[in-house]
Write a protein that binds this ligand. Structure first.
Ligand code: SIN
Ligand code: FE2
Length: 204
């Protein structure tokens, strides 16, 4: 991609090779089997988002019409605790974030070819010292990232399966989103689509 990434953003293309991606995918399938994907709904309007999601870790990010954006320890459908974060993701966190402060939440987003994610900041956490660490699996997407104001200029680049993006430092609160999925650009997921995993620290 073009040089001149925003300060604090680290882009690690193909950090996970194919066999590591397959191992990670198996672990995520096990997470989804225990904590099924659900349709998140926007606060107040109840409008469904186009991704389906689930979580692993002590806390998970959820949203619905009544309660809005929040972290909670249990799955909104089953009422059960979220499954553990796969070890490969804990190892990634130790490599690129603060090993002394374990991630508390791993959001799993599943994108069908028509799904996207509007420009937003990750700011439902209680502290912003730790980075947001994101892993892409499956089809490529067009990722957009800007500054800490919604009106700041943005730049867009493609994320591919195995890529890792770290939003830390001055980019921790950078606006970001996914404009589109490029169907058929990866063979990792049998039925296509894209999975994004985001690791976060929630408490100080
Ligand atoms: C997110 O911001 O929650 C997801 C970003 C992505 O899918 O790459
Ligand atoms: Fe985000």
């Amino acid at each position: 991609m073009a040089s001149g990434l925003p300060d604090g953003l680290r882009y690690l293309p193909e950090h996970f090779g194919r066999s590591a991606q397959e191992t990670l995918l198996e672990a995520i399938r096990a997470v989804v089997a225990e904590a099924p994907l659900f349709v998140p709904r926007m606060p107040k309007t109840g409008k469904p988002m186009s991704v389906r999601m689930t979580n692993c870790g002590p806390l998970g990010w959820v949203t619905d019409k009544e309660g809005g954006y929040r972290y909670q320890a249990t799955h909104p459908g089953t009422g059960r605790l979220w499954p553990a974060i796969p070890t490969a993701l804990l190892a990634l966190w130790n490599d690129v974030a603060d090993p002394g402060l374990a991630p508390e939440a791993c959001l799993v987003n599943f994108y069908e070819p028509a799904a996207k994610m509007g420009l937003h900041q990750d700011r439902d956490e209680q502290a912003f010292d730790a980075p947001v660490v994101s892993v892409s699996l499956g089809d490529q997407c067009l990722f957009r990232v800007g500054g800490t104001a919604r009106t700041d200029p943005t730049r867009s680049f493609r994320l591919s399966s195995g890529d890792v993006v770290v939003l830390g430092g001055k980019s921790r609160l950078a606006f970001h989103g996914v404009d589109r999925i490029y169907a058929g650009t990866s063979t990792l997921l049998k039925n296509g689509g894209r999975i994004n995993l985001t690791l976060r620290r929630v408490n100080p």
